[in-house]
Structure formats: structure tokens, C-alpha cells
Design a protein around this ligand. Structure first.
Ligand code: ASP
Length: 417
């Protein structure tokens, strides 16, 4: 009895149940063959409810990204560390994330999940994407308040970075602000928790609305495509985790990936089961140090990495965005795909190391290429399992980063002595 209560308390099981129920209801309604008009009337309240959920997600994404970046940067500890290895660490984070996204984009273009579905998405219409040059230009906003008010994410991420580094640079003088940011962080996480608690209802409504879409002629085709999408994410993660990161480890840290991977195994399994890089952090730290990485490097790279270095999340967001575009019949141009690469790299930085964070910041990627944020519904039902996989790659990327930075520090010490 006790076990059952526990099972239903877990949000991902609730979402799973909501998905199963919505599929059951949708199949029943479709089987009743009520006629297009009645089916649309039945679908309307679910569209409305689903839209409320999407709106709440959009509501939290901006504050979530701001505090998560500013507080993440404070983990660096001091600006002397920032100038010694900080920039290189950031470069490592950005380049490995970029590699991950690129792998994701290539794979999803090969597998092509969603092509031919031609769905209409609840929760928003397709808008014109911004030209790529302007996306770059917009990263530096002439007026941050305007950018914030318009909900523009890339300038927000940029300014949060700038502010976070500024705050770190002023040291003791910035302490009161750091405390405020930390407490804001706690409050925002609380609210995110509340919004996520409504996810089962949101998913139920959104999923029904999608499955009752009059344009969707055959449900089995929908599920086939969903499966293909999952294959694309897992294949991309596999290539990044088993090929790209090990190569980086061999080339830049001169370590054996097999030995390092087996030392890290407990952390990776924890990441897989908790779907949270932050919750896994203590184990990642312990295992990394046990594998011979210096405490200094581990303590510098890992806490920051747990919040901003998310190779798996970035890859997943890119694949999901292309899948959603395919499913609603939007043909993404090369420029749009480039925008996806750029925004997914940045959006993953803004995602906190907690379950489903990547799902929330995915909105940034969708909006950047003009896709409706309600596109969500196409991926949320299978999010937990993919979250577990991408978090494992996130943590593995952090651990490889710690080894690379450590090797670099050792080299620096050798040459200076
Ligand atoms: N759960 C992931 C992590 O903690 C973030 C995400 O949702 O992608 O690393």
C-alpha cells in the first residue's frame, strides 16, 4: 500500500499516467466517430486548459534563467580563478555543448522524425523567424528593460552572464546582492515546482487536444514518429557520450575513457535515476576526485558545470525543435537550423540542473525560430526518460571537463615551476 502511494507521488509517474489516460480518451473519442464539429467542440476546453499550462511555463522561464546563471557564476568563487582558468572552462563548456548540438542537428536531419505529420499545435501560431544576423545582433540589447519586457531570451542570458561576472568581480561589496540572488533562486525554484506540479493536468489537456486534431488522420503514424524522435535523441546522446567526449578526454586530458567512465559510473547512474545534475553533484565530485582529478579543479569546474554545462540538454533541445518543426510542417531553412544551434547552446546554459529544466528552456529555442511554444506537447509525454538520458550526458560532460581543466592546470604549474 505504502509503495503505491509513493509511486503516485512522483511527478513523472503522474505525467505518465496523464499521458496514458489522454491517449485512452482520445482513442475512444475518435472511435465514436462523432463528426468533425462535435470533435472540435470537445477539443476546445482542452486547448484552453493546455494553453494555461504553456503560459505558466513561459511565465517562469525568464526569472529561472536569470537567477540560475547569476548564481551559477558565483560558484566560481573569485575573479582570480576566473582569470586563471575560468575563461578556458567557459570555452570548454561552450565548445562541447556546440559539438553536442551539431551532432543532434545532423542526426535529426538524417532520421527526420515528424515529417509528414502536418499537425496543428495548440498554444500558438507559427511566426516569422528572425534573420540570423539580427539574432546575433540582438544578443547585445541597447536597453535591457525592453529586452526583458519583450521576453527576449538571448539578450537576457547575455546580460545575466555579464551581471554574474560583475558581481563576482566586486567581491565582498557584492555580498548582499549575492544573498538576494540566492534567496530569489530558492523562491523561483519553489514556484517552478508548483508549475511543474500542474504538468499532469497540462499534459493531459495538451495531449488530448493534439490527438483529437482533425488534421491527424492516423494515430499510429503519430506514435511511430514519436518513437523516431526518441531514437534521434538517444542516438545523438550516444554519439556525444561514447565518441565525442571520450575523444576530448584522450586528446586534452590524456586519460583512458574506459577507466574514467568506470570510476564515474556511480555518478552517471545517479544522474540517470534522478534526472538532476545538481542532485548528482556530490557524487560526481567524489568520483572525479577519486579518479585522480585535483580537488581544486573538481571544485571549480563541477559546481558551475552542474548548472551551466549541459551538452545533453542542448542536444535534446535542438532535436526536439527540429522534430516539432517537422511535425507541424515547417521546413526549417539552413539559417533557422543555425539559429537552433546557437540558441540551444545558450538555452542549455540557462537551464538549471533539475528535472525538466531543459523542457522549460526549450521555449527559447522554439521562439527563436518562430515555432509555437505549444509544440511542447509533442515531446512532453516522453520527456522523463529522455531527461534521464540527457542528464547522464550532462554529468559525463562535467566530469570530462574537470579532467581537461585539471590536465591544463597541471601543465601550467609545470611550466611556471
Ligand atoms: N535534468 C537536466 C539536468 O539536471 C536538465 C534538463 O532538464 O535538461 O541536467
Amino acid at each position: 500500500m505504502e509503495k503505491k502511494a509513493h509511486f503516485l507521488k512522483a511527478l513523472h509517474w503522474q505525467i505518465f499516467l496523464a499521458t496514458v489516460l489522454s491517449i485512452g480518451l482520445a482513442i475512444t473519442i475518435r472511435a465514436l466517430d462523432l463528426g468533425a464539429e462535435t470533435q472540435s467542440a470537445f477539443r476546445a476546453p482542452f486547448l484552453f486548459l493546455g494553453d494555461l499550462f504553456v503560459r505558466s511555463l513561459k511565465l517562469i522561464v525568464l526569472p529561472l534563467v536569470v537567477v540560475s546563471i547569476i548564481s551559477g557564476i558565483q560558484q566560481m568563487g573569485s575573479t582570480s580563478k576566473l582569470s586563471k582558468v575560468g575563461w578556458k572552462t567557459l570555452l570548454y563548456y561552450m565548445s562541447t555543448t556546440f559539438i553536442a548540438v551539431t551532432i543532434g542537428i545532423v542526426i535529426v536531419n538524417l532520421i527526420k522524425p515528424g515529417v509528414g505529420l502536418n499537425l496543428a499545435i495548440p498554444g500558438g501560431e507559427v511566426i516569422k523567424p528572425t534573420p540570423i544576423l539580427q539574432v546575433f545582433q540582438d544578443i547585445i540589447p541597447p536597453n535591457i528593460f525592453k529586452a526583458l519586457a519583450a521576453g527576449k531570451m538571448l539578450p537576457t542570458i547575455f546580460v545575466s552572464f555579464l551581471f554574474g561576472i560583475g558581481l563576482l568581480s566586486v567581491g565582498e561589496k557584492g555580498k548582499p546582492l549575492v544573498d538576494i540572488i540566492e534567496s530569489l533562486n530558492t523562491v523561483i525554484f519553489k514556484i517552478v515546482g508548483w508549475v511543474m506540479a500542474t504538468a499532469p493536468i497540462g499534459v493531459f489537456a495538451l495531449f488530448i487536444a493534439t490527438l483529437l486534431d482533425p488534421k491527424l488522420a492516423d494515430l499510429s503514424v503519430f506514435f511511430e514518429n514519436l518513437f523516431l524522435y526518441m531514437v534521434a535523441v538517444v542516438a545523438g546522446l550516444g554519439i556525444h557520450g561514447f565518441i565525442a567526449l571520450p575523444l576530448i578526454l584522450i586528446l586534452f586530458a590524456k586519460r583512458s575513457p574506459v577507466a574514467y567512465l568506470s570510476s564515474l559510473a556511480p555518478a552517471l547512474l545517479t544522474a540517470f535515476s534522478t534526472a538532476s545534475s545538481s542532485a548528482t553533484y556530490p557524487i560526481t565530485r567524489e568520483r572525479t576526485i577519486d579518479a585522480g582529478v585535483s580537488r581544486e579543479s573538481a571544485d571549480f569546474v563541477l559546481p558551475l558545470g552542474a548548472t551551466i554545462n549541459m551538452d545533453g540538454t542542448a542536444l535534446y533541445e535542438a532535436v526536439a525543435a527540429v522534430y516539432i518543426a517537422n511535425a507541424i510542417g515547417v521546413d526549417l531553412s539552413f539559417a533557422s537550423q543555425l539559429i537552433i544551434v546557437l540558441t540551444a547552446t545558450l538555452a542549455a546554459i540557462g537551464a538549471a540542473g533539475v528535472p525538466s529544466a531543459g523542457l522549460v528552456t526549450m521555449i527559447i529555442v522554439l521562439e527563436a525560430v518562430g515555432l509555437p511554444p505549444g509544440g511542447y506537447v509533442l515531446v512532453i509525454a516522453v520527456d522523463r526518460i529522455l531527461d534521464m538520458c540527457r542528464t547522464t550526458v550532462n554529468v559525463w560532460g562535467d566530469a570530462v571537463g574537470a579532467a581537461v581543466v585539471d590536465a591544463h592546470l597541471e601543465k601550467m604549474n609545470e611550466t611556471s615551476s
